[in-house]
Ligand binder design. Structure first.
Ligand SMILES: [Fe+2]
Ligand SMILES: [Fe+2]
Length: 258
């Protein structure tokens, strides 16, 4: 089966890019299963119900979140009533929503889950290693796919090696910068440290560049505003998973700037 994973959709330009590219890519490459990171969909933080429904209308099967999961308060109204949004599984206190979700594709069970990293992240969370072990031991599945939402490349790479051969696809999100290291690890896990962002190309990881520069130069505390002008980018990865041999190949890494 062919699986498309799309990096963090960021605000207005991210939504425009997703709308333009996703239906086309799904058709052109005959995608069987699509996962999108939606933590920045609505004004850069969180995802409201309208945007959630709009994403499904484009053909998205599963939506993962991240450290901004609950920043748009609308989510508290609808997250418990839906079965295709996955929030991080390693919060210290229980949160609304699903820590993992199972899907059926080509008669196989796919378990999608997400962990938050512990390095350079504001939120304190339980060990992503231990929570993942718990899921692998308690949730039977044909295929496991993990979105590692973290800042540190080393943490994601260590995690991927640790679970190499046990999780079929591990991909990073959160930094909004695509890494050039998509590969199949020695025991068969398909891995990329970060798939990147689908959003503005000319801001600073999605935010208006002037605001971020001013924060560095003058130590100002202006509120972050999404970059809504200029070029946009679509970042993702397509992985072919052979359900008979249980092996993966990297079909294509997507970095479309327009
Ligand atoms: Fe993000
Ligand atoms: Fe994030």
């Amino acid at each position: 089966m062919r699986i498309l994973i799309v990096g963090d959709v960021f605000s207005k330009l991210g939504r425009a890019s997703l709308e333009e590219n996703l239906p086309r890519l799904r058709q052109e490459y005959q995608i069987d299963f699509t996962i999108v990171n939606g933590e920045n969909t609505s004004h850069g933080k969180g995802i409201n119900e309208n945007h959630y429904k709009w994403m499904l209308s484009l053909g998205v099967d599963a939506i993962t979140l991240g450290n901004h999961s609950f920043h748009n308060k609308d989510i508290y109204r609808y997250i418990d009533g839906v079965n295709n949004i996955i929030r991080p599984c390693n919060y210290i206190k229980d949160k609304p929503g699903k820590p993992y979700q199972q899907f059926t594709c080509k008669n196989k069970t796919i378990t999608v889950f997400q962990v938050l990293g512990q390095v350079f992240m504001q939120e304190h969370v339980l060990s992503p290693f231990e929570k993942t072990e718990e899921i692998l031991q308690n949730v039977p599945s044909d295929i496991y796919i993990c979105d590692f939402h973290g800042e540190a490349t080393s943490e994601k790479i260590a995690f991927a090696h640790h679970f190499d051969g046990r999780i079929h696809i591990i991909y990073g999100t959160h930094t909004h910068v695509q890494t050039n290291d998509a590969r199949i690890l020695p025991k068969g896990t398909a891995f990329i440290t970060d798939v990147g962002m689908t959003g503005p190309h000319e801001g600073v990881i999605g935010v208006e560049k002037e605001i971020v520069i001013a924060r560095f130069l003058q130590e100002t505390k202006h509120r972050f505003t999404p970059q809504n002008t200029g070029k946009r980018q679509f970042n993702g990865i397509i992985i072919d998973f052979n359900e008979h041999t249980q092996t993966s190949t990297i079909f294509q890494v997507l970095n479309i700037v327009e």
